[in-house]
Design a protein around this ligand. Structure first.
Ligand code: ADP
Length: 526
């Protein structure tokens, strides 16, 4: 039974070394089972030794000693097995030595511990086998395994021998698309992963030990700068032989040894070329969109402006004609001229709206804050809209409640807001009334409220109607002219004044638009 351990030891050692050095592929191979043939044969040979003496051809007792000792005369298979065992031990050891040479400090320590664990009993065994009688005829191997135990225990607790396998670390680093470079305290390259190698474009053996600044166009000052500002985004551009530019996001971490002394730096270069390209494309697209929007606004503004002048002439001359300035006109001609004037006024209103919208979009609308009389403003709006109210048989009521007469604001724009709301109310209301209330809702806010008894606005259009060129798609709206700019302009002017607009409406009952504007009063009028 005691030979189960002895025969399988070297095979298991090799398996451990394979696993530790990350040769998982070998471990998975079915051929590995062949390694157990010799151990099994050996075990069989031991059990059946009496019959053939292949392991030991003779066992004698040396009675001359006061403490009699057994001597095992070794047979052929014993040497076969020994050679086999030594070969496997050697193989495993070579693998580990390779790791010791290649690895970083922590893992080097681990591998050394493993090696000591294996070498001590092995050397002891070799000395004994080849006749160096160090221990007074005693087989030293089992005793020397104590060292192995101690070494392994130390390795386990000190280095977490089987937890952090160096291979895992290496696999991660190698598969990373970020270039990782380890520098020592003198900024010489100690290690680098595959991505970094392809960046530097020379094999590891040639670059290790060289100052990084010889291989990469990065100055020491940059490294120090990146260290300090690990949170902010840095950028670094490198060019390859074809002058293709790559952008990297460099990060530097300081590496300290156990005593807290600076041992080196870890330089990670993340390739953000693609991200940069996308950002650039987005920026371009946005600029183009902005530019074409500006173009559109400019075109609209110019065209509208050009339209306004001839329209003014048509309107003016038609009115002169109608009023008989250029000679008498028949009743029929007056009728026609009225129609021309009506259509021209409508066109001119539309053109004004287009121009206004274009100016707002182009950011050319500014506020002109001056003291003015609310009373006078209301009178003007009243006189401009009362004709239409009367024509439609609607009652139009204006109420100024508890407001100072003189306020400070942009008179023309406030008038425009009110006129737009009132003209919409009149336009869409078939019968009933339109009420305009102007009141102070608090110290700093003025409210302009227009209520009608019109058709109301469907819920799903409550927000839509404030967008340019959006109208409710119903018969009432279709019946009336308009291009859907009135409320858009109102809302934008209100926003410009840092106010807000509210809409209360119920289908069939009517709508109430309330505009709240921050307002300053002339002190003496309070
Ligand atoms: P326009 O009057 O040129 O159509 P607006 O921007 O002023 O454009 O109004 C957008 C749409 O909102 C109108 O077409 C209409 O459908 C609806 N609307 C505006 N005001 C009222 C109102 N007082 N009553 C009912 N519907 C209204």
């Amino acid at each position: 039974m005691e030979y189960f351990g002895v025969v399988s030891l070297s095979t298991l050692w090799l398996l451990l070394a394979l696993r530790y050095t990350g040769r998982e592929k070998w471990l998975a191979s079915a051929k590995l089972r062949l390694l157990f043939i010799v151990p099994i044969l050996t075990l069989l040979a031991i059990w059946t030794n009496e019959a053939h003496g292949l392991m030991w051809h003779q066992v004698v007792i040396d009675p001359s000693d006061p403490f009699p000792i057994l001597y095992w005369m070794r047979g052929v298979w014993f040497w076969v097995f020994t050679v086999y065992t030594y070969l496997l031990l050697l193989l495993g050891t070579i693998l580990l030595i390779e790791t010791v040479v290649r690895s970083h400090d922590l893992y080097r320590g681990q591998a050394v511990v493993l090696l000591i664990g294996a070498l001590v009993p092995w050397i002891g065994n070799a000395l004994y086998l080849f006749g160096f009688d160090l221990f007074g005829r005693l087989v030293p191997t089992p005793v020397l395994f104590t060292f192995t135990g101690v070494a392994m225990a130390w390795g386990l607790f000190r280095f977490q021998l089987l937890d952090i396998v160096p291979v895992a670390r290496e696999a991660v680093l190698e598969s990373m698309s970020d270039a990782v470079i380890v520098l020592d305290e003198q900024n010489r390259i100690v290690d680098l992963n595959a991505a970094a190698q392809s960046l530097i474009d020379s094999p590891t053996s040639e670059v290790v030990g060289k100052p990084f600044s010889q291989l990469l166009p990065i100055g020491l000052d940059s490294i120090q700068r990146w260290e300090e500002r690990s949170e902010t985004r840095n950028e670094m551009i490198l060019e390859d032989e074809d002058h293709k530019q790559y952008t990297f996001d460099p990060r530097v971490s300081l590496l300290h040894d156990r005593r807290g002394k600076l041992a080196g730096r870890l330089l990670v270069l993340r390739d953000i070329t693609e991200r940069k390209q996308i950002e650039e494309a987005l920026r371009l697209a946005r600029d183009q969109a902005l530019e074409s929007s500006r173009m559109k606004s400019r075109l609209l503004a110019n065209v509208s402006h050009e339209l306004r002048t001839p329209l003014g002439a048509i309107l003016g001359y038609s009115e002169f004609l109608r009023d008989g300035t250029y000679g008498s006109v028949s009743e029929e001609q007056v009728d026609i001229l009225e129609k021309i004037i009506e259509s021209t006024s409508y066109l001119s209103r539309l053109v004004s709206q287009l121009l206004e919208q274009a100016k707002i979009e182009a950011g050319q609308t500014t506020l002109n804050m001056l003291p003015f009389s609310l009373q006078e403003l209301v009178e003007r709006v009243e006189s401009k809209s009362s004709i239409e109210a009367r024509a439609k048989g609607l009652s139009l009521l204006f109420r100024l409640e508890d407001v100072p007469n003189i306020v400070i604001g942009d008179e023309r724009k406030i008038e425009q807001i009110l006129l737009n709301l009132v003209s919409n109310a009149l336009k869409f209301t078939g019968e009933g009334e339109v009420q305009v209330r102007i009141y102070r809702c608090d110290e700093h806010q003025l409210a302009l409220q227009v209520t009608d008894t019109g058709p109301g606005i469907p819920d799903d259009m409550r927000e839509e109607i404030f967008k340019p060129f959006r109208r409710v798609d119903d018969s009432v709206t279709r019946e009336h002219g308009g291009i859907g700019l009135g409320l858009a302009i109102v809302e934008q002017l209100v926003m410009l004044m840092e106010g807000r607009i509210e809409l209360e409406t119920a289908l069939g009952t009517g709508s109430t638009f309330t505009v709240f504007l921050p307002i300053d009063y002339e002190k003496e009028t309070l």
